[in-house]
Design a binder for this molecule. Structure first.
Ligand SMILES: NC(=O)c1ccc[n+]([C@@H]2O[C@H](COP(=O)([O-])OP(=O)(O)OC[C@H]3O[C@@H](n4cnc5c(N)ncnc54)[C@H](OP(=O)(O)O)[C@@H]3O)[C@@H](O)[C@H]2O)c1
Length: 228
């Protein structure tokens, strides 16, 4: 029987997780097309026949509604307070933009949404970052997707173009402390962006119904190929 192919859309496709995910999805037999929302075109993706780059302005997403038609939406958007400079800017990028994308894409027919949140996300938290991730999760759940998968990775590992002191220090600590992260502590262990991406893709293939949250240890399991 022929595989019914779908269209995937990736927001934040140029980021650490987003890039790993995009490279994976363009090889995936489940998708006939992968739309990536970018601020400027990525040269190495320009020649790919199953990938379409859409230059996006999240401040005016409504005007690009027609470009947001896809079955599965993967959201890897986000920033750091250092880059955003103010909490207000960070909130816009980490919460307002993903929510606006989720709302419009759902209206345009998407049934599945997968989002990278963060470990410790909690709308009641006194920590700004955890609080806004929690708020995002809560508001996404109200939109009405058939399948909403929230992934909450711990510290992300991977090669970045920019230097992030906190992450670099965290990665060194994570390596040193690695033997301690066993059993229930496994969810705190740093995780590579590739595993997060692989986990998201394999979760999307299963399309779990309702809202499901995945911690790092569960992403490791989700990322394993299903034995046939
Ligand atoms: N870093 C960690 O250890 C960690 C841990 C847990 C969870 N997370 C969360 O995981 C998610 C993905 O993280 P990541 O490290 O893969 O992200 P990243 O490398 O920082 O990439 C962020 C993506 O968002 C886009 N973006 C940022 N600001 C934007 C704006 N104003 N307009 C349009 N696009 C914008 C970037 O586009 P450009 O390339 O154009 O800038 C990029 O594609 C984030 O939500 C993050 O909070 C991170």
């Amino acid at each position: 029987m022929a595989l019914e192919q779908k269209v995937a859309l990736v927001a934040g496709a140029t980021g650490l997780v987003g890039q790993a995910l995009t490279e994976l999805l363009i090889q995936a037999p489940e998708y006939s097309e992968v739309i990536v929302l970018v601020r400027k075109p990525v040269e190495r993706w320009q020649q790919h026949d199953r990938l379409r780059q859409v230059i996006v302005d999240y401040e005016h997403l409504e005007q690009q509604r027609d470009e947001l038609r896809a079955d599965d939406i993967y959201c890897c958007l986000g920033t750091t307070i250092r880059k955003a400079k103010t909490q207000e800017n960070m909130y816009r990028i980490d919460v307002t933009y993903p929510l606006e994308l989720a709302r419009i894409a759902h209206e345009e027919g998407a049934t599945q949404f997968l989002v990278v949140s963060a470990m410790g996300a909690d709308s009641q938290s006194s920590v700004f970052y955890s609080r806004i991730k929690g708020e995002l999760e809560q508001q996404l759940a109200q939109i009405g997707y058939e399948s909403l998968s929230i992934v909450r990775p711990s510290l992300l590992l991977g090669k970045r173009r920019e230097f992030r002191l906190g992450e670099r220090t965290g990665a060194i600590l994570a390596r040193v402390l690695s033997p301690l992260f066993i059993g229930p502590m496994n969810k705190y262990k740093a995780i590579s962006a590739e595993i997060v991406a692989e986990g998201m893709y394999r979760i999307a293939c299963r399309k779990p119904q309702g809202t499901v949250v995945y911690l790092s240890n569960q992403l490791h399991i989700a990322a394993r190929p299903v034995s046939r």
